[in-house]
Design a protein around this ligand. Structure first.
Ligand code: NAP
Length: 224
């Protein structure tokens, strides 16, 4: 029986899943939904829709209108609001929900991690004079503005629309490096002493953790 699948995406895994379903079920309708945070998202197999739904109710309306038979939440593990909406909307519209959450990274021998529970704790864990790779989305930068004694290298997919509020920073645009070598080169180029990141899990952003291990670099890891 043909199905209509809605994938809540915005991750590499979601794009891979869309490609897999399109390949294996050419008669299914596969729609990937993106929030619209990235200016030029990579092409995704099947249909793509962009922008919020208007909360759980809006998503439920979409599910009913498009006669979605299967909802897959393949969003980023820190995208909590859309995941909560997916649960509520699936119940409202009586559509089965499949949640694909990446497992978090586990600390390995050679890793120097300080595990913290919030952005504020991460900010406070940095020593004065540190040169920090801030590998966080732009909406998570504000708490670090209080640290005028730290130099931040902020990595972002797109350049910010407005100047960042950080007193001492530079911006590196682009996706995370795919290999530990690429990430090691970035760490060296900017004389990075600490990394701040969230425990996203998955392969896409792991290379910086491997590079940090290589250099015995401390990582301030924000837990889920
Ligand atoms: P969020 O806080 O959970 O969601 C905020 C709002 O954005 C949602 O209520 C929803 O608006 C809209 N939204 C989020 N994901 C959507 C999707 N896939 N399709 C349509 N609307 C979506 O999410 P976030 O942390 O801002 O992340 C936004 C997107 O970026 C997610 O799709 C996520 O997979 C991706 N992403 C996030 C991170 C991260 O670090 N959080 C990293 C990489 C990729 P409405 O309520 O109006 O529907």
């Amino acid at each position: 029986m043909s199905e209509t699948v809605l994938i809540l995406g915005g991750t590499r895994e979601a794009a891979e899943l869309a490609a897999e379903i399109v390949r294996e079920h050419p008669d299914w309708r596969v729609i990937t939904s993106l929030a619209g945070r990235t200016k030029e998202p990579k092409p995704v197999a099947g249909e793509v829709r962009i922008g919020g739904f208007g909360g759980a109710e809006g998503l439920a309306v979409f599910l009913e209108r498009e006669r979605v038979t299967r909802l897959i939440d393949a969003t980023h593990p820190f995208a909590n609001r859309i995941s909560a909406n997916a649960k509520a909307a699936a119940t409202l519209a009586c559509v089965p929900l499949d949640t694909r959450t990446r497992a978090p990274w586990r600390k390995q021998s050679g890793d120097d991690w300080t595990e913290v529970a919030s952005l504020e704790e991460a900010r406070d864990a940095l020593p004065s004079g540190a040169r920090v790779l801030l590998a966080l989305g732009r909406q998570h930068i504000a708490p670090f503005a209080a640290r005028g004694d730290v130099h931040f290298v902020v990595r972002m997919v797109d350049p910010p629309a407005e100047p960042l509020a950080l007193p001492d920073h530079e911006i590196v645009t682009g996706l995370p490096g795919r290999t530990a070598e690429e990430e090691a080169a970035l760490l060296e180029r900017h004389a990075i002493t600490h990394i701040v990141c969230r425990n996203s899990g998955g392969n896409g952003a792991y290379a910086k953790i491997e590079a940090a291990r290589q250099f015995d670099l401390p990582v301030i890891m924000i837990a889920r």
